[in-house]
Design a protein around this ligand. Structure first.
Ligand SMILES: C[S@@+](CC[C@H](N)C(=O)[O-])C[C@H]1O[C@@H](n2cnc3c(N)ncnc32)[C@H](O)[C@@H]1O
Length: 344
């Protein structure tokens, strides 16, 4: 089906703008609504499945509404149906149900993204985001806390896609003992680095909301690795000194070039001689396939005040900030992210 459609699109025989402008939107909504409502978890892992009527009464949907949603999910290959009983497909079992790979919170986060992007037109015209995404909405603190928690849990899920490849490619100085993860939120990078490099102790520096979520994660899961949490604004607060490793993961796309240069200079000053700065992000100019993805994703970043930057521009800013050597290393296939490693 997908291959036939790809060929028809290539031959320009199907109304591609309608497929992209309507089908994709409804498809995305169906997936997000099913995830939010708990359809996939209610169906579970087993082979027996549930009927539309059973799911409707379990999740308090109208029967007609549930049936129409389930048929859509079968059509886009997330569910299977046999004799009126719905079971989860491979993508759901691996990417939503399996706690090691689950993108459940990331999908909830996309519901906020979807709403936020309603302001994209104004944002593109003015050249500025409509709101400061990282500023807490004081008028509605409960909603702000819910968004914040979803953001941090969602980023943790995305981090799990990146970390295994990052750990293979990263060059950590021998005998490194101190790591600072700026904007490290959930703390997953720190935990995995500490496990891979014994002797390394890591600190997350983030805004108050993500640090509170990270604390909740530690209260629930324990803190056997000894992760330290600090509240601070990396653009203005003291970063400390004597770090062997500083990580900026998915940070530079949030800031403008002047802010990034300032941040790199502050990182350089905070690192030990021989220390290293790791920038993990969706950099442009590394491969054609990645660039096609970023050309679209960059609109999302621009909507919160940043964009996907050219790897060459980052290299230049890092040299300007005083880093003597800068290496660019693409990560694996599961993530479009790359590592730019700078040596102090
Ligand atoms: C896109 S998330 C990346 C989270 C994590 N580094 C990762 O890759 O999974 C950006 C993080 O930067 C934090 N952040 C944004 N502006 C910040 C600032 N000025 N100072 C410190 N942290 C900031 C946000 O709170 C959020 O946790």
């Amino acid at each position: 089906m997908e291959i036939v459609l790809a060929v028809l699109k290539k031959l320009n025989l199907v109304p591609v703008p309608l497929l992209d402008g309507q089908m994709q939107v409804v498809k995305a909504r169906a997936l997000m609504e099913a995830n939010r409502a708990g359809v996939f978890h209610a169906i579970g892992d087993g082979p027996e499945g549930l009927t539309a009527s059973e799911l409707a009464s379990k999740l308090e949907f109208s029967e007609e509404g549930m049936e129409i949603l389930l048929k859509a999910l079968v059509s886009i290959n997330y569910l299977k149906v046999k004799n009126g009983r719905y079971t989860n497909g491979r993508w759901v079992k691996h990417w939503i149900l399996d706690p090691k790979h689950s993108l459940h919170h990331m999908l909830i986060l996309q519901m906020y993204t979807y709403k936020r992007l309603e302001g994209l037109g104004d944002n593109l015209r003015s050249g500025r985001p409509e709101m400061d995404f990282h500023q807490v909405d004081v008028a509605n603190p409960t909603a702000a806390a819910a968004l914040q928690g979803t953001y941090t849990y969602g980023m943790r899920e995305a981090a799990r896609l990146i970390i295994p490849d990052l750990l293979k490619r990263v060059d950590v100085p021998a005998g490194a003992t101190r790591m600072l993860d700026i904007g490290g939120a959930h703390g997953e990078y720190c935990r995995q680095f500490m496990r891979k490099f014994p002797g390394l102790k890591a600190t997350v520096l983030d805004l108050a909301g993500p640090v509170a979520t990270a604390q909740k994660i530690m209260d629930r899961e324990g803190n056997a690795d000894g992760l330290e949490l600090r509240v601070g604004n990396c653009l203005q607060d003291d970063l400390g000194t004597g770090w062997d490793v500083i990580l900026l993961s998915n940070m530079v796309h949030l800031f403008d070039p002047a802010q990034n240069l300032g941040l790199f200079q502050r990182c350089k000053a905070a690192l030990k001689p021989g220390g290293t700065l790791l920038c993990v992000d969706q950099f442009v100019g590394i491969s054609g396939q990645r660039d096609r993805i970023f050309a679209v994703v960059s609109l999302n970043f621009f909507n919160v005040g940043g964009k996907s930057y050219e790897a060459t521009q980052m290299r230049q800013l890092l040299s300007e900030a005083g880093f003597a050597r800068v290496d660019v290393k693409p990560l694996g296939l599961r993530t479009p992210a790359s590592l730019i490693q700078a040596y102090a």
